[in-house]
Ligand binder design. Structure first.
Ligand code: MF3
Ligand code: CO
Ligand code: CO
Length: 268
């Protein structure tokens, strides 16, 4: 997600060949998250997951977009429990009961595929599982609102309404973003807002929808590493992210899991 002010406010409308490029990039990003599913268990480090992702992406002729991105040096963001986003992979092992967001962006043939999902580490308490479920539902409601005739504000309004109905807060410090040939571009996609506000959605727009919902307050703080965003009240936070393209009738999902692993629990 981006907190930068996009200096180029022109929203690119992409053609059919671009949709093909995004389908391939989005699918590869989703395959990274599928591949990681059996590896997200108590005792594994997020750094080990990062290495698996790095090898997987390179072996398929792509590169992780986040390496060398504004000084970042990993293939994944791994955001555990009260970490909202941009958690840096580390050697500390995951613990039973953790919830973790894994976010990956790949560049394949010049196109960016950006997606994230939550994972359960072992047995996760009900209130954390509920937060994860509601966050996934919020993202999907945002995607349903992503269609020609609506504006960016309709997406934010749909997510915010769902979150607040269930007494969750929506993080305002980070937004979804346009993407395509570049990682972060216009438009900025708010996850809370008013229907009718912001740019109108048109066929050919590509962007992410990546809401972050908290059990407690919405306020965020960045740690001294310059990246890790946490909830100020240390309440749990969850996030999902899809990359989508606007069509004549709605939104095409570029990053859907090819094996149905879109939302936990994943294990049989
Ligand atoms: N993938 C994140 C997003 O959804 C961006 C991560 S930038 C990084 O936009 F440098 F923190 F990796
Ligand atoms: Co993103
Ligand atoms: Co992302």
């Amino acid at each position: 997600m981006t907190d930068i002010d996009l200096d180029d406010r022109t929203i690119v409308l992409h053609d059919a060949a671009a949709f093909d490029g995004m389908r391939a990039a989005g699918r590869l990003a989703a395959e990274v998250l599928d591949m990681l599913v059996p590896h997200v268990v108590p005792g594994v480090s997020t750094l080990a997951l990062d290495r698996l992702a790095y090898e997987f992406v390179l072996a398929r002729g792509a590169v992780p977009a986040t390496i060398f991105y504004r000084g970042y040096s990993h293939s994944l963001c791994t955001s555990i429990n009260h970490v909202i986003c941009h958690g840096i992979p580390a050697s500390k092992p995951l613990m039973n009961g953790d919830i973790v967001n894994i976010d990956v962006t790949v560049v394949l043939n010049g196109w960016h595929g950006d997606t994230s999902r939550m994972y359960f580490v072992g047995d996760v308490p009900l209130k954390a599982r509920r937060l994860v479920d509601l966050t996934y539902e919020g993202m999907m409601l945002g995607i349903e609102a992503a269609k020609p005739g609506n504006t960016v504000g309709h997406i934010g309004a749909a997510i915010q309404k769902h979150a607040e109905k269930h007494r969750l807060s929506v993080v305002r410090d980070f937004c979804g973003h346009g993407l395509g040939r570049r990682f972060h571009m216009a438009p900025n996609i708010v996850h809370a807002g008013r229907a009718g506000d912001g740019p109108e959605l048109r066929p050919g727009m590509f962007f992410t929808i990546e809401p972050m919902l908290n059990l407690g307050r919405a306020d965020a703080r960045i740690l001294e590493d310059g990246w890790t965003a946490v909830t100020r009240d240390r309440s749990l936070s969850a996030q999902f992210e899809h990359s989508v393209g606007i069509t004549e009738t709605g939104a095409e999902l570029f990053t859907k899991s090819p094996t149905g692993l879109d939302c936990p629990p994943y294990a049989a």
